[in-house]
Design a protein around this ligand. Sequence first.
Ligand code: RFL
Ligand code: PHB
Length: 394
Amino acid sequence: MRTQVAIIGAGPSGLLLGQLLHKAGVDAVIIERQSAEYVLSRIRAGILEQVTADLLDEAGVGERMHQEGLVHGGFDLLWHNQRNRIDLERLTGGKKVICYGQTEVTRDLMEARQAAGLPSYYSASEVAVHDFDSARPSVSFVHEGVRHTLECDFIAGCDGFHGVCRASVPRAAIREFERVYPFGWLGLLSDTPPVHHELIYINSPRGFALCSQRSLTRSRYYVQVPLSEKVENWSDERFWNELRARLDEPARESLVTGPSLEKSIAPLRSFVTEPLRFGRMFLAGDAGHIVPPTGAKGLNLAASDVKYLSAAFIEYYSEHSEAGLDGYSARCLKRIWRGERFSWWFTQLMHEFPEQGEIHARFQEAELEYLLHSEAGQRTIAENYVGLPLDFGS
Ligand code: RFL
Ligand code: PHB
């Protein structure tokens, strides 16, 4: 078997890359460890920046997002029992975000790939990448009991944080930067109307909480919990009671509860790999970097990696130029570190850090007071949240 680009992983990064390459006439094969049903059952991101929405349009899969996505011009930040609206639109000269679940983005991309009859191998096992430091890389895997070898020009490592691509790089060739936070987010999805028409980010004495949504009838809520917590210890009732205790009076009164469709705990981590290119293998999305979800940046950073990587491959095949491939890592890392910084900063602004003592709590108080009473402070939050322009700083 032979292709131009072997894509490892059928999450949003791999599928979006596959679609953009297909549009440009570049061949790709996707190899995914899980089944398609499993990939679609993962509940993750909810907020898309304009840059991501534009890329989905470019890939030809934006139709349902425009029909069903909810456009948000702001969000509330609840602190000291007071709501402060961060007016994204006013503070950023008209920019907004779209509330449209990662599950739906993935479904739209999967359907487009299937409709175009493009090759994908789901439920593949023993996936291994070979010879990416040579001109003839390949990928081996087992699918439905048959062992395959896929020869290719390039390997795109879109296989997430626990994937095989980054793990296959010799340790001496890679630098990793990591911070693990001492808490996680317990998330609950329910078929209940959202408590508010926009998101509410909450800093309460009981810890962080987030009221998000997927549609006018489906809500997604999160509460900060210690890393030692187990999801089995959280009945729906316990979750709703804890969330209610972190809300303000109006939200407490309008909160509609119901049975959970999904409940899980996600650990929080900041993580960056440098570089993102190893010979003929390139990392994109969570394979190369992780952010804590507070800033809603993970999927959006994955999309900007894919934008640069698809452009580099297309330039290579259409113009015989390696300039885009050579510049890929540095170009992505600039944007990644900006997203990492914002996600880290917003996380430490909004969560309880009991182990850091009273001084951290006082710094947080002073910082929130400054930010929420300063136009410049609010703009700092807003312009990072909607996403800095692709050419920022260059
Ligand atoms: P994914 O989605 O992890 O997909 C990687 C795929 O690779 C497969 N794989 C393999 N395939 C073949 N061989 C192997 N050896 C393999 N190993 C792994 C996996 O099965 C999987 O299908 O990475 P990708 O595509 O880079 O996408 C990244 C995003 O999923 C991630 O950044 C976001 O979900 C992060 N995130 C958010 N991002 C946002 O932009 N906005 C948000 O509002 C937002 N909220 C969130 C989030 C992530 C969360 N969790 C659970 C971590 C909220 C949460 C709670
Ligand atoms: C979500 O809806 O899952 C979501 C929204 C905003 C975030 C994180 C997660 O910052």
